[in-house]
Design a protein around this ligand. Sequence first.
Ligand code: ATP
Length: 424
Amino acid sequence: MNSNDKIILHVGIDDTDSNEGMCTTYLTHIIIEQLKEQKIYTDDYPRLIRLNPFARYKTRGNGALSFRVTLDSRSQVELVEQIVLENVEKYSMFEGVNTNPGVIFYEGEITDEMRKYAINAIYSIYTIDYAEKFANHIGARVHKFKKGRGIIGAIASISIELPDETFECLAYRTQENIGTKRKLNQESIYHMDEKTYPETFDNIDKEGNYTAIEPHTPCPVLYGIRGNTPEIVEKAHNMVESYEEIEGYCIFRTNQHTDMHIQEGKSIKEMQINSCYKIQCKVIENPHDIEGGHVFFKVSDDTAIMECAAFEPTKTFRNIIRKLRKDDEIILYGGLNENNTFNIEKFKLIKVSPQYNLLNPVCECGKRMKSAGKNKGFKCPKCGNKTKSDKKIKEIIERDIKEGFYEVPTEARRHLSKPIIRMK
Ligand code: ATP
């Protein structure tokens, strides 16, 4: 190697946390801070990449982390790898049954086949075996801890192309506060939202009337602010007042809220389970509630019938779904789960179908007439007037819903789901 040659090293990390604690973003933040002490700086913001929301072993949001450094020497490469691996070993929640950390080191440019691998890690489900073979094929260095499932996401995180992107500023708690109630000035969050929305979003759940930036798990994250640019999320972060010490913060480049998981659905028949789509169809059965507060209804295109659901956690969204009626034309966004039910994230109502009640005619005297018997027309029970015709009268039912976009509330939004406010 020529001494002037720079080495581009991509680092991917995934699956280090569990429901009991930790967060791979925090681990990445610690690593980046330690690298800075060695005068090694990331080329860009680290990346927080959300993958297939149907991945079975995810802890919460199926996020994988990565960053890139440009290095001068092999000894620097060794130093970076050592710092990464030491921290993964030190901080991973190895006792978690589904915690199987994976680390990937890759040198050089990202290739088309890597980009393809990454997008398919959002669209479909991979095995550890497949990911390992792929890593070996591209010449990456693979480090598996326990089953090492994290390598699936780690490769995707370094490889994915971001045609659309958002940023998240994550503020972290000090060790002694982790697990205790978060102490934030709630008013400052409302103020921050007022000043920065819609360039930041999902700060407040307006329907639930509570702040949504704080997680409700014992992880090291104090809060996360999501927005369209690194500048706005940092500005918003500076507006939030915390009554507890902030250990540090880190801004991530992400594919959150870009609809990257949504594939253009050609037909219902061709849709695969564990994948997410946008699909135009017609309501063929009015929505109904089932036990547990879930709302179900059926849709169809020319190829097949599909069951759709707005589940209980989507809260007030279910009230909108309940207003849909047979023959309404809609474009659905969401994913097909293992039970072949389409889990709706948002929809566009493109045609509100006219709905009628079929009623007996009203007599001259103002009284509603009754049937005089089969094929015998109607008879007024008050004055005895009769009609020859059997035809009922169509009474238009006022529809309480308009054409347009509807989405689940903030608290029920998937990480990848693009809020309507971001839809240009
Ligand atoms: P958090 O969001 O709190 O960081 P998580 O929800 O991201 O946690 P992980 O602990 O990262 O959950 O676990 C997700 C696991 O699923 C990882 O091992 C990851 O490699 C794997 N995974 C990611 N995408 C796929 C996929 N398409 N097919 C199969 N496994 C996947």
